[in-house]
Structure formats: C-alpha cells, structure tokens
Design a protein around this ligand. Structure first.
Ligand code: CA
Length: 255
C-alpha cells in the first residue's frame, strides 16, 4: 500500500477527520488490497458513515444487491470483475447509487470509460484520505440536492414535499388534510394554468367519489384559509372556468 495512500504527518489523519461534520450515510468500500480497504473503511467510520467492505467485484455486487448504499467507493483494478464492469452491472440492475472510483490509471480513456459506465467521480492513487472524503462529501451533497429537488414543488414561497407530504409557506409549516394536500399538489403541478372544477374532481378525489362540484369550492376555501394568511392571494378564482395557482413572478408588476 506504500505509495497508494499519501503519507501524512503523525496525527494529521485524526486532525483531518475529527474536524468534519458527522455523517450517517451507508458506504460500501470495494478494494482488493486489504490494508487500503481497512484504512479507508476506518477513516469513513470515524466520521460517522456506516461502512461495509468487499474485496472483489462479485462480492461488491452481492453486497449492493443485499442492502441499499448511499455511495460506493469502487476500486477499478479488482481481481475478478473490474470496477467499471461492476458499475455497469449495477446500472443494468437499475441501481443508481453514486460511485466514486479509486483508480491507479490516469489514462483519460479509462476515466472516460468510468464516466460513461455511470461513475460520479474518481480519485487517482496515490490519494489522501482528505481528498477522498472531500470527493465523497461533494457527491453525496449533489445527490441529496437532486433528490430533494425531485420531490419538491415550489410556487412563490410555498414549498410542497411530495415524499414527506409536508407543506411550507416561507419558513412556517402548514398542516393540511390529505385532500387539501392533493388539491394543493394538483394546483401546483398546473400552476399558472386554469383548472376546471371537474378536472380537480377527477384528479384530486377518488374516482368512485360521486362528484359534487361544491366539494371543490369547499376545499379551495379551506386551502385559502390555511395558505392565504398574507397579502398575496395565491389561489385565484377564474369566473366561468375554475381556479389558478399563480406564481408571484407571473403577476404583472404594478407600480
Ligand atoms: Ca486493486
């Protein structure tokens, strides 16, 4: 392992690791050279990550199929399947877990292969633990942001989290009933468009619901009471057509 992990002054590793924010994500470390594997695993555990290890490509695939990981540190040069092949198999299984490759190769063709094979980043040996941790943290941050964006709808200062079923206006959370939540979600998905009462009935209420259009008006008024506690009215009635949730940016400016 000499030359694989850059030597650091005595006590530097502890100093490097102890100043970091704590983590709780699960990471799989795949490396056939045991001393490197154990050093990386120990360093990651030290900063709070939950760590599993694998010493071969097939072992890595078995681990990844067995339990979900937030990230895989994947050595390219493995005795059976190389790291690129492992990554391609994971993607073929529909596993989009972020991958940081450990590679001794700095041949650009190999790196290109890694990225087209679905890798998110790479660290070239010899690497320092600090460098590896920075890469891991950056990839996790990026993944978290993407996931958060995917599950959130935003309109002005109203944010709706589809996964957590929560709604905020500004910093304040707003408690909604399931029907109110589905109604707001439908309006947000169609923001700046006008949706009719029957469209709302079709999309928000179960289809066995015997449609009473006045239910829509009732729930719109519930939502307004909970959301429109400020000057700006979010849900507009468009007479003869239905309702519209307007983003403040779409409002004509008045002077
Ligand atoms: Ca190796």
């Amino acid at each position: 392992m000499n030359g694989t992990i850059r030597s650091e002054p005595e006590g530097k590793m502890a100093a490097t690791l102890s100043g970091r924010a704590s983590h709780d994500e699960a990471i799989l470390v795949v490396e056939d050279e045991e001393p490197i594997r154990e050093l990386v695993a120990t360093a990651l555990r030290f900063t709070g990550f939950r760590v599993e290890t694998a010493g071969s490509g097939r072992e890595a695939l078995a681990e990844a199929r067995n339990a979900p990981f937030d990230l895989i540190v994947l050595d390219v040069n493995l005795p059976d399947l190389d790291g690129f092949a492992v990554c391609r198999k994971l993607r073929a299984d529909g596993d989009s877990v972020p991958v940081v490759f450990l590679t001794a190769r700095d041949d650009p063709a190999d790196l290109r292969q890694g990225f087209t094979g679905g890798g998110d980043d790479y660290v070239t040996k010899p690497f320092s633990l600090e460098e590896l941790l920075l890469r891991i943290e950056a990839v996790l941050r990026r993944t978290r942001n993407q996931q958060a964006e995917q599950s959130r709808l935003v309109c002005g200062d109203v944010t709706l989290d589809e996964d957590a079923c929560r709604v905020w206006r500004g910093d304040g959370e707003i408690a909604l009933s399931p029907t109110e939540f589905r109604l707001l979600r439908y309006l947000m998905l169609n923001r700046d468009r006008v949706v009719s009462r029957s469209q709302i009935l079709d999309h928000v209420w179960d289809y066995e619901f015997v449609g009473d259009p006045s239910a829509v008006e009732t729930y719109i008024s519930y939502l307004r009471r909970k959301l429109d506690d400020r000057d700006a009215q979010l849900i507009r009635t468009v007479r003869g057509f239905g309702y519209s949730l307007r983003t403040p940016e779409a409002e004509p400016t008045r002077s």
